[in-house]
Design a protein around this ligand. Structure first.
Ligand code: BGC
Length: 447
């Protein structure tokens, strides 16, 4: 917990916020959600103000099932088909998802790799056999972001094959001879010369305990792959930077093999100066803001677009080149940007908040509220080194007292066990272990 309650300050803040109530609610606020500026969460010392309270869906005295809920990073969806879990996304009137545009990012990653190959064609084919060989680290075969990235790379390099109308995203195993059925050999033509592009190997990086996107597993995999067909590997691609950096440090840096990841974690961006090929920023700075901002807005009873597409009174606003909102999916998606040797200097600190949404909200009109938030895997590189530090920067600005719960990345119950008393919180931010498991959270909130 970052913020301590100071009863006097809060009582004052509460007074101010109640006074401001008449004109601070947006005229566009959802009907069931206007005029709710109270804090239902202050300690006993604030009892004097309680009489003025009108506990609404967002206060901690409201039914848990009516409190604001944001899913983030792992979108409630069927882990086999990718179909969105619309029941979870519409759990109540104040439920949203915050993530990023997986397809746009995947396409960017694929294009980045392809353009790198074309620009370095003279030196990229290390053994000069006319085949550009790459290996691919897959994060989680049941995670739509991971699936999209695998497809994006295969699409750009021409190595994808159709499966049920989309590019097959299954791991190919070892394919040094080009016979695996999940992929095919692609072709790239540069300067009138044709090259074969082959996915030499790919696997899901899952450790024996079940943790996915596992960096250590990726480091071991590149060891195995390089010892048996290392001279064929010209490019290393990874669904994320955690695994990408593990492979870079274990093998590709020393062997000068360009390695591509995703997330723009600070260490990966710094490694671009040392030969890391590039990464994609999924604008975690915008996502972390949106994750907490939708809760803040719901708790304030204002239009959900406040401080997002519409400037708030402190001037916070996002422009539409950094996010999209799809109402039918109840989802906010940050847009991705490629980070390469051309622009990496602009991305060196992945925990820096996004300047257009960095203005402090006034505690008088945005009283402190308590949020329960979990990070599904406390050892996930992206979530722990980029996303959580950003959330911790924004929670102060948005006057949210967030309790951060770190999961083990493997079992949902490791997280849900720590949601024993939802009544203590005003709002919830959930990062599921498995994207199919929304009901294990909503059932706790529905009790
Ligand atoms: C990130 C991965 C991370 C995963 C966790 C993805 O968006 O790119 O690095 O492991 O989220 O769910």
């Amino acid at each position: 917990m970052k913020k301590k309650f100071v009863s006097v300050t809060l009582a004052l803040a509460l007074g101010l916020s109640l006074a401001a109530c008449g004109n601070s609610g947006s005229s566009n606020a959802p009907a069931d959600n206007t005029d709710k500026k109270e804090d239902t969460n202050e300690p006993a010392a604030d009892d004097g103000a309680d009489a003025a309270e009108d506990a609404g869906p967002e206060g901690s005295s409201a039914a848990n099932k009516d409190k604001p809920l944001v899913w983030f990073n792992r979108q409630p969806s069927n882990s086999s088909t990718g179909e969105l879990d619309t029941a979870a996304l519409n759990f109540n009137a104040n439920t949203y998802y915050v993530g990023f545009d997986a397809n746009q990012g995947a396409e960017l990653q694929g294009t980045m790799v392809k353009e790198y190959i074309e620009a370095h064609i003279d030196e990229i084919d290390r053994n000069g056999d006319g085949t550009i060989g790459y290996v691919l680290a897959i994060g989680d075969i049941g995670h739509n972001d991971s699936i999209a990235r695998t497809r994006g790379v295969r699409k750009a390099l021409g190595t994808g094959v159709d499966k049920d109308g989309s590019i097959n995203s299954d791991p190919a195993g070892t394919n040094t001879d080009g016979t695996a059925s999940m992929v095919q050999d692609g072709e790239i033509e540069v300067g009138g010369k044709k090259y074969v592009v082959r996915e030499l190997a790919s696997q899901e990086m899952k450790n024996s305990a079940g943790a996915t996107w596992d960096a250590a597993t990726a480091g071991n995999a590149i060891g195995t792959w390089s010892s048996s067909f290392g001279e064929q590997i010209d490019v290393v691609v990874s669904n994320n930077d955690g695994m990408g950096m593990s492979m870079f440090n274990a093998w590709s840096k020393e062997n000068k093999v360009p390695t591509f990841g995703y997330d723009a974690n600070s260490d990966a961006v710094a490694a671009i100066a040392e030969g890391y090929g590039g990464t994609i920023s999924q604008h975690a700075d915008v996502q972390a803001y949106l994750t907490l901002r939708v809760l803040r807005n719901a708790l304030d009873g204002v239009d959900i677009d406040t401080g997002i597409g519409t400037a708030d009174e402190a001037g916070n606003v996002l422009t539409d080149d950094v996010y999209v909102y799809r109402e039918e999916e109840r989802s906010y998606y940050a847009l991705n940007v490629a980070v390469t040797s051309d622009n990496y200097q602009d991305f060196t600190d992945s925990t820096k908040i996004y300047e257009p949404v960095s203005a402090q909200l006034d505690e008088g009109s945005h009283a402190v509220k308590k949020v329960w938030l979990n990070i599904y895997n406390a050892s996930d590189n992206f979530l722990s080194s980029t996303y959580q530090p950003l959330l911790q920067n924004y929670d102060d600005i948005l006057n949210l007292e967030v309790e951060y719960i770190g999961g083990d990345g493997q079992t949902e119950s490791n997280v849900t066990n720590r949601l024993g008393n939802p009544s203590q919180y005003d709002a919830f931010a959930i990062n599921m272990v498995k994207t199919d498991n929304a009901a294990s959270y909503t059932s706790l909130l529905s009790q």
